[in-house]
Design a protein around this ligand. Structure first.
Ligand code: HEM
Length: 219
């Protein structure tokens, strides 16, 4: 493999695995949306303020934005290169016999996730930073009400659930593929990584999807 495409694979894997760590942190923070009543509202808004003002978190945020860009551009280049390498689109071999569906559709899944991220950032992140939103009893910007209002619309909840399924499929192949790209291959540990990757790909999107569904049903 050419040096350039090897480097691209490393960059993609490192950025992708960093984004997996981001997902865990983001999920833990968002689980506060399960706290009922005004206590939940005040706590979530206090957390959102901390996440947008703390200098250490800001560094992590910039790393996250940078990782999304790196992962996207490297992935795009890899998809174009792979399509060029086999223009006959597996005319003679049966791809389904060799690779799982998600592995063959990482580009499409990644595109769906990118569209989701744009909609998601516009809906919450943009509103928190620059939107005209109200304040709660503590005087903090009331992002909680923005989230609850959004997830009281059925189409918005459905959009999130569908996108979490796409993220699940993307991670199902991506998690273990990331380790492989970084050369972390071991006869004893690789099967464990694969298993943990599959559990991660199912549990994390499931937990994320449960938040809008819970809010729609209870708030
Ligand atoms: C139910 C699921 C989710 C909820 C309720 C949620 C909620 C939020 C909220 C309220 C913010 C703005 C908070 C802030 O700016 O500090 C935010 C930011 C963000 N979300 Fe989500 N999120 C969800 C799922 C996801 C997923 C699956 C991804 C990635 C695929 C994601 C990526 C991001 C990113 C990149 C930011 C900007 C973070 C930063 O500025 O550091 N979110 N999310």
């Amino acid at each position: 493999m050419a040096i350039a495409s090897l480097t691209r694979k490393y960059i993609m894997a490192a950025a992708g695995l960093f984004l997996c760590i981001f997902l865990i942190g983001h999920l833990v923070g968002n689980l506060q949306l399960f706290i009922p009543g005004e206590a939940g509202q005040l706590q979530f808004n206090e957390y959102a303020k901390f996440m947008t003002t703390n200098p250490a978190v800001k560094v992590l945020s910039y790393l996250t934005y940078f990782s999304i860009l790196l992962h996207t551009f490297a992935g795009l280049a890899l998809t174009i290169q792979n399509n060029k390498a086999r223009p006959q689109k597996y005319a003679y071999n049966k791809p389904s016999a060799n690779t799982i569906w998600s592995a063959r559709n990482m580009g499409i899944l990644g595109t769906i996730i990118l569209i989701f991220i744009v909609i998601h950032l516009k809906g919450f992140w943009y509103e928190m930073h620059w939107g005209e939103i109200g304040v709660d009893a503590n005087g903090n910007r009331d992002l909680h009400t923005v989230v609850i209002t959004a997830f009281n619309q059925l189409w918005y909840v459905a959009l999130y659930v569908v996108c979490m399924i796409a993220i699940g499929f993307h991670l199902y192949h991506g998690f273990q593929s990331g380790f492989q790209s970084l050369g972390l291959n071991h006869s004893k540990y690789t099967p464990i990584i694969k298993l943990k990757g599959k559990a991660f790909a199912i549990l994390i999107p499931l937990a994320f999807a449960s938040i809008p569904v819970y809010i729609y049903l209870t708030f």
